[in-house]
Every structure is written in structure tokens, then in C-alpha cells.
Design a protein around this ligand. Structure first.
Ligand SMILES: Nc1nc2c(ncn2[C@@H]2O[C@H](COP(=O)(O)OP(=O)(O)OP(=O)(O)O)[C@@H](O)[C@H]2O)c(=O)[nH]1
Ligand SMILES: [Mg+2]
Length: 375
């Protein structure tokens, strides 16, 4: 075991880090990374000081993240620039709108919504609502139609009433499992989430539960270093994801961590055995910490548009997804898929990824989103 530890530590990317717990006999290696920029917010942690088991900490943490979404409008605004420019045609259409033009304008509006991936069902619903209100004389001007359009979209995003704040339970540590198909942005989102939570004063432990690829653990270690978090990684190729995750939750429990963020391997929702393995991962953390995982966040790649719907349905059926993270919306003109996903699945979108940087994960706020895409 000691040999394994030293060989692991001699990897160039890890040589700077100190091993705080030898792998033997547990088969795991914990790294305590030197403080990085993310650690400078330690002073803020006073706001959240609480002993294990004290309620209120996680509720406040979830709420605080949500409030940040409202205040960070600029970031959301720039993140959705492509979708906004796609929808800008609506402003031009409505600028010179008059009643005689209604059919043509609504046809073009329909096209703009479809191109932005609102999906046929939602698009037709929105357009028909507007048509009815225009013909009944309720909407009499371009600005009124625009406002009604925004209201319709907001209603679609919120009508299923699911909570978009993180639900982290009452006991430390809260456990968040990140799941999804390959390459969607799971590891990156986990890193960004760690950064956000840490900045709010939470003590974060990462678990490198993607044991299929050696490089996956290295990737998460870089995020741990970047955000100043500790991490649990598998010692060898043979170590199973379930063991890494349960060991991490055990460590989280024993050492007073607030949140354990668990990475998992990418898997196709159609692959039965890999989906079974995900069930085992969920069960493994639940054995160590009753009620865990508190959140199962599925990462969906925003550039795949409506193809993400069957993926999300399948993952939800197998493990019960509690929230969605929609990534890569910065590079996509298809931001409307957020609305389709929220409406079709009834699973709340909790975060959106709007870039590759550490600060590019935004807690999702429906109102800020609507203002960003229909500016
Ligand atoms: N532009 C942009 N790129 C992103 C975003 N999120 C992730 N990426 C990029 O997408 C690529 C894949 O991200 P990963 O985090 O490795 O994805 P993953 O789901 O962990 O992949 P596997 O572990 O292989 O299944 C990386 O190049 C990320 O930088 C985002 O919100 N915007
Ligand atoms: Mg990954």
C-alpha cells in the first residue's frame, strides 16, 4: 500500500500536494490541497458556523445561492447572448406590429421559438395563447405582446412548482451525486459547484467516483486544487466507484465536512449494467449516511437540444433525479431547451453552465433567465 501511495504521489501533477492520510488499509488517498484563491473567503464562513446536526445551515446555504442568481444578472445575461440574439427578431417583428399583421408575425415568432429549442409543444402553446389574447383585444400593442410572451414563458418555467434551491437536508454532511451521459460537463460542474458552496462558507469534500478512466480522477484533482477542497480518490484501477463514494461520505461524516460532492462516470442511459452501477453508487452512500444522497443532479448538455429529454427521463426512472444542471448554454443559441426540460420533465433546473470558468455555474432563477433571453 505504501508503495502505491508513493507511486501515486510521484505523478507530476500531484507532487506538490501533501498526503494527509496514508492509503493503507483503506485503499484510499486523501489529499489536502494547499489554499488557493477560493480559500480566501474563509472569513465569510462565520455566517454559517454551526455544529453538526444543527438545522438551518443547509436551508440558508441553498437560499443564499438562489439569491445570488438574482443579483448576478449580468453573468446570466452574457451567458445567454446567443439565444438572445436569436430571439431578437421578435423585437423587430413587434416594433411595427399591427392587427392586420397578426398571422404573419405569429408565424415568425413561432419560428424564432422553434429555432431556439423551445420545442413544438411549448411553442404552439405560447403562440396560441398570444393569438387568443390579441384577437380578443386583450393585447393591443407590440410591448404588450412582448410582456405577455415573457409572462407565458415564466409561467411554463414555474408552474410545476418544484424548488430550484438545493435541498441539502438537515444532517452533515449533505451528499450530492452528479450523474449524466459522457462529456456533458459533470466534473466541470462539480468543480464550479464546489467553488460556489465554498465561497458561502461550506467545508467541501470531493469524491472521485469516476473510476472508469484514470484521467477522470486527475481532472477532479485539478478542480480540488483550484477550489482549495479536499478530495478522495481511488487507489488503484480495481477500486470500485461504490467504495470511493462510501469512503468519502464516511470521511465527510467523521471530519465534519458540510457537503460531499460525488463525481460519477459518464454513462449512456441505454446501458443497463452501467445504470445498475449507478443504483449501487446511490445505495452505497445511503448506507453510510441515511437519507443520502440529498441531491442527485443530472448534468445535461445544452447543445444537444431536445435530445436530452429521453436521457433525463431514463436517469430519473432509474435513480430519481432531484435537479438538473444544464451546461454549455454559453456556446448555444438553444437556451429555450431550459423551458422544454422544466415543463416536460417536471424536474427543476437548479443550475445552468454558461462557460468553462470556475464562476460559470449560475443557480437558476426563472425570472432572471426570462429577462436574459428576451432582453
Ligand atoms: N462552454 C462550456 N463548456 C463546458 C461547460 N461545462 C463543461 N464544459 C466543457 O465540456 C467538456 C466536458 O466536460 P466534463 O466536465 O469533463 O464532462 P463530464 O460529463 O465530466 O465528462 P465524462 O466524465 O467524460 O463523462 C470540457 O471541455 C468542459 O470544459 C459549460 O457550461 N460551457
Ligand atoms: Mg467527468
Amino acid at each position: 500500500m505504501a508503495v502505491a501511495a508513493s507511486s501515486t504521489c510521484s505523478r507530476p501533477s500531484l507532487s506538490r500536494f501533501s498526503v494527509i492520510s496514508r492509503p493503507s488499509p483503506t485503499q484510499f488517498i486523501f489529499f489536502n490541497f494547499p489554499r488557493t484563491r477560493a480559500a480566501h473567503n474563509e472569513t465569510r464562513s462565520a455566517r454559517f458556523k454551526c455544529s453538526a446536526g444543527q438545522t438551518g445551515f443547509f436551508t440558508r446555504l441553498g437560499r443564499l445561492l438562489k439569491e445570488k442568481a438574482k443579483s448576478d444578472v449580468e453573468k446570466i445575461f452574457s451567458g445567454f447572448s446567443k439565444t438572445r440574439s436569436n430571439l431578437a427578431v421578435i423585437d423587430e417583428l413587434l416594433l411595427y406590429w399591427n392587427l392586420a399583421d397578426t398571422d404573419r408575425v405569429l408565424d415568425e415568432l413561432e419560428e424564432a421559438l422553434l429555432v431556439s429549442d423551445f420545442g413544438p409543444k411549448i411553442t404552439i402553446q405560447i403562440v396560441e395563447n398570444l393569438r387568443e389574447d390579441i384577437l380578443s383585444g386583450k393585447l393591443k400593442s407590440g410591448p404588450e405582446i412582448k410582456e405577455a410572451l415573457k409572462k407565458n414563458v415564466l409561467e411554463l418555467l414555474t408552474r410545476k412548482g418544484s424548488k430550484t434551491e438545493l435541498q441539502l437536508g438537515f444532517r452533515k454532511p449533505a451528499v450530492i451525486l452528479i450523474v449524466g451521459v459522457n462529456g456533458g460537463g459533470k466534473t466541470t460542474s462539480l468543480g464550479k459547484l464546489a467553488f460556489r458552496l465554498k465561497n458561502e462558507g461550506a467545508k467541501i469534500l470531493m469524491a472521485a467516483g469516476d473510476t472508469f478512466r484514470a484521467a477522470a480522477s486527475d481532472q477532479l484533482e485539478i478542480w480540488a486544487e483550484r477550489t482549495g477542497c479536499e478530495i478522495v480518490v481511488a487507489e488503484s484501477d480495481k477500486t470500485k466507484a461504490t467504495s470511493v463514494l462510501s469512503q468519502a461520505v464516511k470521511k465527510g461524516k467523521e471530519e465534519g465536512f458540510d457537503v460531499v460532492l460525488c463525481d460519477t462516470s459518464g454513462r449512456l442511459h441505454t446501458n443497463y449494467s452501467l445504470m445498475e452501477e449507478l443504483i449501487s453508487c446511490k445505495r452505497a452512500v445511503g448506507k453510510v449516511m441515511p437519507g443520502a444522497p440529498n441531491e442527485i443532479l443530472q448534468v445535461l448538455d445544452g447543445t444537444t437540444g431536445l435530445n436530452m429529454l429521453p436521457q433525463a427521463r431514463e436517469f430519473n426512472e432509474v435513480v430519481g433525479v432531484t435537479g438538473l444542471i444544464l451546461t454549455k448554454l454559453d456556446g448555444s443559441a438553444r437556451g429555450g431547451c431550459v423551458v422544454s426540460v422544466a415543463d416536460e420533465l417536471g424536474i427543476p433546473v437548479k443550475f445552468v453552465g454558461v462557460g468553462e470558468g470556475v464562476e460559470d455555474l449560475q443557480p437558476f432563477d426563472a425570472e432572471a433567465f426570462v429577462n436574459a433571453i428576451f432582453a
